[in-house]
Design a protein around this ligand. Structure first.
Ligand code: TRP
Length: 325
């Protein structure tokens, strides 16, 4: 079975963008691939973070993955720092990765701009650790969003550089791009993100979810109720595409273009379809929260299984690079 690896940062508040763009797709992939999913806490400390919150958010992120339908019977799930081999391999990869490649990374440039006072080596080496995450399991496929494609390409380059210097050990991993439409934030302009505070949280209070959707930016050219709208440029319509069946989409499209429905009508239909899918997830999250030892146990078992795989790779790597063992 082909192996997949993907990671998610422990931001805690998982939002609609994460769900539609990544997690929902991961659930499908577990049917056909040997999947490893990881809560990447060592990536999270490359920028300023709340020390007292990290632990809570790590656990909450894992809880949400389980609530969304990932199950330990169908995939492996664990916390990055529980398998020390990731950071060990990252060090070795540091020694084959040209600095110039890392300086070119768009995410590094963006984050350097956002965190001017803390441009640390870890932030720059972020993609090297990501390469280690993937390659320590020799995973061939990496399901990510558009914004991570450059990092997966770097992983390929790291694998190539390592193999050229030491011999063929690592595959060159390929991206699996999610086919889901990219959901923007409620501002209708930027990618949905916690940092930009334009998100709708998966486990947020229902009233607050509705309030955010109710006031979300639609087609900016549709000013009055009687103006016809254009679904193609409307982020709310994009969210519809993620949650509503085809016949609803056709109705909404027509209603919007002819102004026979208003934006609030459209949003009400969306909210009801969205909640039909999210309610069971939200209920599952509550029940997992009451049984948190189960979540901890899943992560422990996942780490044990993955550590065994990673340890094998590391033995091979240590030998290959000439360490005294
Ligand atoms: N950088 C990824 C993100 O922010 C998270 C991540 C870390 C990851 N390691 C990974 C994704 C390995 C795929 C594979 O979304």
């Amino acid at each position: 079975m082909k192996r997949i690896f993907s990671g998610i940062q422990p931001t805690g508040e998982i939002h609609l963008g994460n769900y539609v763009g990544a997690i929902r797709n991961w659930v499908y992939l577990t049917e056909e691939y040997d999947c490893i999913f990881c809560v990447v806490d060592y990536h999270a400390i490359t920028v300023e973070y709340e020390i007292d919150e990290l632990k809570k958010r790590t656990l909450e992120t894992a809880l949400i993955l389980l609530a969304c339908g990932l199950s330990p019977e169908k995939c492996k799930m664990f916390v990055q720092s529980h398998v020390r081999e990731h950071t060990e391999l990252a060090w070795i990869f540091n020694c084959v990765t040209p600095i110039g490649e890392l300086e070119r990374m768009t995410q590094f440039k963006d984050k350097s701009r956002q965190h001017r006072a803390n441009i640390n080596i870890g932030l720059m080496g972020y993609p090297v650790l990501q390469a280690a995450d993937i390659l320590v399991y020799k995973a061939g496929y990496v399901p990510v969003g558009e914004d991570q494609v450059q990092h997966v390409e770097l992983s390929r380059e790291v694998a190539r550089k390592f193999n050229a210097k030491y011999g063929d050990i690592f595959p060159e991993p390929q991206v699996i791009l999610s086919m889901a439409p990219k959901i923007l934030g409620v501002d209708g302009t930027n990618k949905m993100s916690k940092t930009l505070n334009n998100y709708i949280g998966l486990l947020e209070d229902k009233d607050s979810m509705w309030e955010k959707l109710r006031t979300a930016v639609t087609d900016v050219n549709r000013v009055r109720r009687k103006d016809p709208g254009n679904p193609e440029v409307c982020n709310v319509y994009t969210i519809h595409r993620a949650f509503s069946p085809n016949e609803t989409l056709l109705e909404i499209d027509k209603g919007c273009r002819t102004a026979s429905i208003g934006c609030i009508d459209c949003k009400k239909t969306l909210f009801s379809n969205m909640m039909a899918e999210l309610d069971p997830i939200r209920e599952k999250a509550v029940s997992l929260n009451n049984n948190i030892d189960y979540v901890i146990d899943v992560l422990k078992t996942g780490a044990d299984t993955c550590r065994a795989i990673a340890a094998e790779t590391m033995d091979e790597v240590r030998k290959t690079i000439g360490l005294f063992m």
